[in-house]
Ligand binder design. Sequence first.
Ligand code: CTP
Length: 412
Amino acid sequence: MLSLNNKKIILAVSGGIAAYKSALLLRLLIKQGARVQVVMTESAKEFVAPLTFQALSGEIVRSDLFDSAAEAGMGHIELAQWADLMIIAPATANTLAKITHGLADNLLTALCLTSKAPLLIAPAMNQQMWNNTTTQENVTKLSKKQSIFLCGPALGEQACGDSGYGRMEEPQKILQQGIKILENQTISSGLLKDRHILITAGPTIEDIDPVRYVTNRSSGKMGYAIAQAAINEGARVSLVSGPVCIEQPQKVEFYSIRSARQMHETVLKIVASADVFIATAAVADYRPASKRIQKLKKNSENLTIELIKNPDILADVAALANKPVTIGFAAETNDIEAYAIDKLKRKNLDMIAANQVGDAKGFEKDDNELYLFWHKDNEIQSKKLPLADKQILAKQLIEEIALSFTQDINIL
Ligand code: CTP
């Protein structure tokens, strides 16, 4: 199936040399089944003739805010309401500034104010303009909005001869992000609107010397999928993560840490405002008693490194007087149920999500299965979430958690 079948998209083009790449983006959108209406600013027309976009989209290109011919057919307000998604590519520094401050002096900027559709912005400009503090302030403001998403700019050589961040992201990448935004929109029911979810993810790294460390295996995929699922349900999400090789979900408040102690400190700083704490991180239980400044030399047959215990982040959160709903994870090779229930009680958790690891299960895989255990009426309740892609499991887990808010009774 085409991934954008019958989706209605406004492709808004502002005036930059990258405007020629938007013609390719338009073709890609149409190939995926989208219906596209192109809007151009006056300066965009200096770079590419509207006829190019008209020929590719099969629709008249719109530019004027007050265009009697167009208003007779589809007025600009109707156009704004018609769209499932609006993409601005390229977005110049000028257009970014106007959107940030709510100006509506042309059709493109007016649509940004009138449309409720998510807005995907692909900035493109000279690298100095991109790095300018005013542009950066504007970008920071825009990226905080729930329905605005940024794609790029990319790093590389620019038409003006400069090199740096400022190139418009490749059309294929903009297309992929547009598809993702629309997919997430269709699955959201706003179950966690106005809730703050705090999540730990990935491994922690405990340095032995400048080149060696102790760590746990963890790709971070489960934690990141849970963060995305919570965002899709309208939550404010803080993600405290150790080093991983996956892209952070847009809209998370992201905290990058390295060691268990940094993760502990960061979590305890944020936790007061959290409604739910989900600990998916594979925290190293121990760290070297001391970190050597210089590289350790192999001048003896045996080597003993003293390890000392790290703080238990999950247990410390669960022990807070005003604790959030606290959910732990347990990765077990055997006796899942017994170990998970023991952890649930020992750490005073509201819920534990356990999974089996080993035998090519769990780590670095895209799918998983989860066993949930929680207390209810002095009994342990359980539920199995069967083997599925981690994104599906994350959505199911978030729905289980959301139930505790949307229903009056606290199932956790
Ligand atoms: N956890 C944590 N801080 C730690 C250790 C673990 O927050 N210092 C959290 C993990 O994120 C996970 C849960 O606690 O949610 C795992 O519990 P833990 O007892 O550490 O698991 P194991 O190390 O597997 O324990 P055991 O040695 O008992 O098997």
